[in-house]
Design a protein. Structure first.
Length: 133
């Protein structure tokens, strides 16, 4: 998803989004696809209980993608919140409407497999002995 300068401005420089309770952040990347223009312009990424869990000062004035280091915390399992938070800090006089941050985050749900080993209810398949010579 993308977060704009206007999103930050409308919400007192904080943007929140919710992860499914019981999930774990396995990878995340932040990239300013349109550079922000404060004299210094950074974003912290974390959870409601630890707003810089995944980094305190990711540069919004650079087009270089930032790879976030996850910490294996189960989101929504006390005391860790499942609400993720981006907090912008800008100095100087940022231009309204200038800046767009792309957030790519991948989660896994604990205890929920996407593959299984076998299925007792599946129909049986006759053996295929292969070619006979």
């Amino acid at each position: 998803f993308e977060v704009t300068e206007a999103d930050f401005r409308l919400n007192a420089n904080v943007v929140k989004f919710e992860a499914e309770p019981g999930s774990v952040l396995v990878s995340a990347r932040l990239k300013a696809v349109q550079l922000f223009d404060g004299t210094a312009d950074t974003v912290a990424f974390g959870t409601e209980d630890d707003t810089d869990r995944y980094g305190a000062s990711h540069n919004l004035k650079s087009a270089t993608a930032v790879v976030v280091t996850p910490d294996d915390a189960v989101l929504g399992a006390a005391p860790v919140s499942n609400v993720l938070v981006l907090t912008r800090t800008a100095t100087g006089t940022p231009t309204a409407g200038v800046g767009r941050l792309r957030v790519i985050a991948e989660f896994v749900k604990i205890g929920k497999a996407d593959t299984t080993q076998g299925n007792d209810s599946a129909p049986t398949v006759p053996p295929n002995p292969g070619p006979h010579y």
